[in-house]
Design a protein around this ligand. Structure first.
Ligand code: NAD
Length: 510
């Protein structure tokens, strides 16, 4: 199928992506078998230790990097994203795999911690142990970067992983799984299980150690309900409605360019993409005009030179159209594109809306398309309140000429990640955790917190010598209790309490 598509201005010839690679479907009946195989394999994986796992994860990373063009082609065929975007996604994903494999030992190995005055005779240590089998349920919008954020960190922490990708991107997942099979000597430490929602639901009920879910908030609630049946903990990486704040002294050209990139790249199908901009009224007009200029340059399609491709999920086109309609019906204005930007064949040209009421669906709900709402604000306090005003809390960005101002605003935003003077700046930083608050979910992937997310802390004490105060027994001596009473006041009370204690004991205090 091919079509001539219109960009903000330039026509562009392109063809829509082929249907998803025919990968067959394992379905829910395969879940129990895959989890049982993973449970067997996990012992071997744990025996490899941090160093052995690092060696294999590095080999996997290299094998994927060497054939990245092939993987990018599969991703493009399944999602419609441009080849360059697919390659960038692989680069970022492998960066996190590299970080996880190199830092797992340092973050998770057993270490001594302070035992404190009262337990001076105990040596206290803390270690992190894997859950066993982690089930990963992934989305289609970043079919490598997003699930690998869970898979890499779960594997590096010593877990086996059963991965259920989106039913729109099974070929991408199977490609990654085949690369693992090539380097791992056939150990089913990482398995891919294809299928739809019922397969995901079966995985959530399978009794595996933890579920890492990425997808919409609505689906997260269903997965959580299924996990509750077996008290299986989960990570929920859900949707967002991220805001950008632009202050009067910001570099407006940089802000406008970032708003277009953050809002339109990947056809706006980015969980932490820019969906709203709150700009100081003093610079609202020049900012809007710069953004429209930038947006107008975008080429929509799948051919050479396209900036972004079609919507991957056919139904999402209706959501995007409904949000544009709702905004315009409520008095909003389209300053770039409009309802006519939604074309046949899942292509949507860039749309910039303004003056949209804050209670409108286009402002409050995740659009997940190339549509950005830009609203003016009188103060940055108002911008913060509006940014915090939706149910979501994934990320936010701030453009400001003052770092002090930006930091103060950042501290008041209820989100999991804030980017100052760029958008999505955290995506390539291995040491930073990623995840949201409120309806955007809970738990973290990436960074040291991502490694700990897929581990359970195990505390340990070893008695080194007989305690000077023998308190952990049924019949304590009068002397030990007298010292314990004094210690209680001395360590935790005020000077007044210490004085009263001394008086009771017949002593004095200076
Ligand atoms: P989705 O919620 O429709 O599906 C996600 C996954 O869950 C798929 O693999 C699907 O097959 C599976 N699934 C569906 N119903 C299920 C059920 N009842 N039980 C178990 N599994 C089930 O999401 P999507 O459309 O694939 O992805 C888009 C959404 O993901 C957007 O909301 C986006 O913001 C979000 N997302 C979030 C992040 C993040 O890190 N926060 C990253 C990427 C995407």
């Amino acid at each position: 199928m091919s079509s001539t598509v219109q960009t903000g201005n330039a026509p562009h010839r392109s063809s829509l992506p082929a249907p998803a690679v025919d990968a067959g479907t394992d379905g829910p009946t395969g879940v129990a078998f895959a989890v049982a195989r993973a449970t067997d394999a996990v012992r071997w994986w744990q025996d490899q230790g941090f160093r052995g796992r690092k060696r294999l994860l590095q080999a996997w990373k290299q094998a994927m990097a060497d054939d990245a063009d092939e993987l990018a082609a599969v991703m493009t065929a399944e999602t419609g994203k441009p080849d360059d975007d697919a390659l960038l996604e692989i680069l970022l994903a492998l960066g996190h795999l590299d970080w996880a494999s190199k830092h797992a030992e340092k973050v998770l190995r057993r270490r001594a911690v302070s035992s404190g005055l009262v337990a001076l005779n105990q040596k206290a240590t803390l270690g992190y142990e894997p859950y066993g089998v982690v089930g990963v349920i992934g989305p289609w919008n970043y079919p490598v970067y997003t699930p690998m954020g869970s898979i890499s960190f779960a594997l590096a922490a010593g877990n086996a992983v059963v991965f259920k990708p989106s039913d729109l991107t099974p070929g991408t997942a199977l490609w990654i799984g085949n690369k693992w099979a090539q380097v791992s000597g056939g150990h089913p430490v990482f398995q891919v299980l294809t299928g739809g929602p019922d397969t995901g639901a079966a995985l959530a009920r399978s009794g595996c150690g933890k579920i890492a879910f990425t997808g919409s908030t609505e689906t997260a609630k269903k997965v959580m309900a299924a996990c509750a049946e077996t008290l299986t903990p989960m990570v929920a990486e859900c949707g967002g409605k991220d805001a950008m704040l632009v202050t009067a002294d910001a570099d407006l050209a940089a802000a406008a360019s970032a708003a277009v990139f953050g809002g339109m790249a990947n056809a706006g199908q980015t969980c932490a993409g820019v969906e709203r901009v709150y700009v100081d009224r003093a610079v609202y007009a020049p900012f809007l005009s710069l953004m429209v200029q930038e947006g107008r340059k975008l080429v929509t399609g799948t051919g050479e030179g396209a900036d972004y491709g079609p919507m991957t999920l056919p139904d999402q086109v209706n959501v995007v159209a409904a949000h544009i309609d709702a905004a315009l019906e409520a008095g909003g204005r389209a300053v770039l594109g409009g309802r006519g930007s939604v074309r046949d064949g899942r292509l949507i040209d860039a749309v910039v809306l303004t003056d949209v009421p804050e209670n409108n669906a286009a402002v409050r709900r995740e659009t997940f398309g190339p549509v950005v709402v830009v609203n003016p604000v009188d103060t940055m306090d108002e911008a913060v309140d509006r940014a915090n005003g939706t149910g979501y809390g994934l990320g936010a960005s701030i453009f400001s000429g003052s770092r002090t101002t930006a930091r103060k605003l950042a501290a008041r935003l209820r989100v999991g990640v804030v980017t100052v003077n760029s958008v999505l700046g955290f995506g390539a930083i291995g040491s930073l955790p990623f995840g949201g608050v409120k309806d955007s979910g809970f738990g973290r992937t990436h960074g040291a917190d991502g490694l700990r997310e897929f581990s359970t802390p195990k505390a340990m004490t070893e008695q080194r010598f007989a305690p000077p105060l023998d308190l952990l027994r049924m019949h304590r001596s009068e002397r030990d209790m007298k010292v314990a009473r004094a210690a209680l006041r001395f360590l935790h009370g005020t000077r007044r309490g210490l004085f009263q204690g001394q008086q009771k004991a017949g002593g004095t205090v200076r």
